[in-house]
Write a protein that binds this ligand. Structure first.
Ligand code: FAD
Length: 512
């Protein structure tokens, strides 16, 4: 049995991995986490995916335990601004659409039409516009049918879930790492604040121990690389190749600001906003005490100085004293994230730009899969290969979904946006796009492996982006009575209005 796990890196990836492994495998393993006080964490990563709920549930953490400590807020959707044309807005909410007579409301909407697809078919967009919390003042979720309330702790692997939570969170990722560090050390994780100076290998090339500045040698059986974009163990020492996604997804830089906000005055919109710009897009993330914002762009089309200027103008005078954090992003994934006795999790494993907030989702997926594939002293090669397939497929699937965002956005008004229509496509995506030009995506025509995004997400994006709509509604619907579909749209509007008037605002809920 392997007993000794050593993690290098104390960012979000390091501490999520350490605490999850300890919870899953208990006191039969020892977990040591080494983190440098000199090498900073990436300092961004504030928006999440709804599956993150399983992570907190698994650790037995209630919202009141950790949300205030991390200045957290609720996220019900992503709001896309200007992706089709200036002034156009649509939401990608955490909400599946109803089916009527065997067809989704997306199919029906294409036939029946309406003002706004998102608001005609889902209730969350109105709640977000009205800055509502997803819960009543007594803590009850607004929509019981969107979750099952079952024993989530023991079925916590997110890829096994067939239930959906209607929200995720925004939080200060540095505070979350600190919170999990306290939580983890109380549960027996050994925390070593030190620099790893060298990584030594045995005669087979497996990692034998770390050499630290002040704590001498640290030995282990399994080493987890959570050192961020540097990939200290996996890339620098084990020399595993990194496969770039750059030809498909050109954004390779970001500049971020932390902006003070008077949330009592402004309220808090419970969504991440992605506002398209001439050479990329700007994120806006409302936390309970400030706004996190940043411009993600391609340096082929925009310099860091221009990007910072654009971001500051976008935010306005509130950003005057905020210090800019310029970040180079490594877009792609390792050929293998598990090599010999080293597993990379977090930015060291792979990353795509944060358009759908998937960085923390990848960490959670990586560590859940590691538990499922945890090795014994035989280091069964097929277990390792199976892990590597799961991680690679998850990242590749998100890559494809993000390429769809650019390719299918109607916008083509600047050199950057024109180029999004001409870039090469990842393998197989051209066929899928072809299929979607006559029929909206369903489970037979989206990327086939688990990557967190269901067909409804593809439907929402295609209908919202507007540049790749099916030529016409499905002929089959011409044979059906549309009364029930119209009734469903009416139900959505009534339900939205009822919820807007009965739910507290997010600000009221979080401060009460
Ligand atoms: P890091 O935060 O870089 O941590 C690396 C750790 O390794 C540090 O503790 C450092 O001290 C340690 N280390 C390095 N070298 C040594 C050494 N020699 N010895 C000891 N320790 C060492 N994700 C989301 O889910 N949502 C988002 O909205 C989002 N936005 C993002 C925006 C941008 C621009 C970027 C770049 C990323 C974003 N992400 C987002 C991703 C998210 O930030 C990361 O997935 C997450 O923070 C995990 O980072 P990490 O822990 O892998 O790396």
């Amino acid at each position: 049995m392997l007993r000794n796990v050593v993690i290098v890196g104390g960012g979000t990836a390091g501490w999520m991995t350490a605490t999850y492994l300890k919870e899953a495998l208990g006191d039969q393993i020892s977990v040591t986490l080494v983190e440098s006080a000199r090498v900073p964490t990436i300092g961004v990563g504030e928006a999440t995916f709804s599956t993150v709920r399983h992570f907190f549930d698994y650790l037995g953490l209630a919202e009141r335990d950790w949300m205030p400590a991390c200045h957290a807020s609720y996220k019900l959707a992503i709001r896309f601004e200007n992706w089709r044309e200036p002034g156009h807005v649509f939401y990608h909410p955490f909400e599946r659409m109803a089916k009527v007579q065997g067809f989704t409301m997306a199919d029906w909407w294409l036939k029946l039409g309406g003002e706004r697809f998102d608001k005609d078919c889902m209730v969350i967009p109105e709640l977000v516009d009205a800055k509502r919390a997803p819960k009543y003042s007594d803590g009850e979720l607004f929509e019981r049918s969107l979750h099952d309330g079952g024993d989530r702790k023991r079925q916590s692997t997110m890829s096994d879930q067939d239930t959906q939570f209607p929200y995720a969170y925004h939080f200060d990722a540095s505070l979350l790492a600190e919170f999990l560090a306290d939580f983890g050390t109380r549960r027996g994780i050994r925390r070593v604040r030190d620099d790893v100076l060298e990584v030594r290998q045995d005669e087979r090339g497996w990692i034998s121990h770390l050499v630290t500045r002040e704590h001498g040698e640290i030995t282990g059986d399994l080493f987890i690389d959570c050192t961020g974009f540097r990939g200290l163990l996996i890339n620098q020492v084990l020399e595993e190749p990194f496969e770039s996604y750059q030809e498909y997804l050109p954004n390779n830089r970001a500049v971020a600001l932390r902006v003070p906000a008077d949330v009592e005055q402004t309220g808090m919109r419970p969504c991440t906003t992605a506002t398209a710009q001439d050479s990329g897009w700007i994120w806006t993330i409302p936390l309970s005490n400030r706004i996190g914002t940043g411009y993600v762009y391609a340096d082929e089309f925009c310099s860091p100085e221009e990007a910072e200027k654009t971001l500051r103008e976008f935010v306005g005078p509130e950003a005057a004293d905020a210090e800019a954090n310029h970040i180079r992003m490594r877009i792609g994934r390792n050929r293998n994230s598990w090599v010999r006795n080293c597993v990379a999790i977090g930015l060291s494993s792979g990353f795509v730009e944060p358009l759908e907030s998937t960085g923390i989702f990848f960490i959670q997926h990586g560590v859940e899969q590691l538990v499922k594939h945890f090795p014994d002293a035989n280091w069964e090669p097929e277990l390792i290969a199976s892990y590597n397939r799961a991680v690679a497929r998850c990242l590749d699937g998100v890559r494809d979904f993000l390429v769809v965002h650019y390719r299918c956005a109607a916008r083509a008004d600047t050199p950057y946006w024109k180029a999004t229509k001409e870039r090469p496509l990842p393998p197989g995506l051209d066929e899928r796009l072809e299929a979607w030009s006559v029929r909206l995506p369903d489970h037979t025509s989206v990327y086939p492996y688990y990557h967190g995004f269901e067909p409804y997400s593809y439907n929402v994006m295609l209908l919202g982006l507007g540049g790749h709509l099916p030529k016409r509604s499905l002929p089959a619907l011409d044979f059906l009575d549309d009364t029930a579909a119209r009734a469903e749209m009416a139900r959505v509007r009534e339900e939205s209005a009822r919820l807007v008037s009965s739910l507290p605002s997010q600000y009221e809920y979080l401060t009460s």
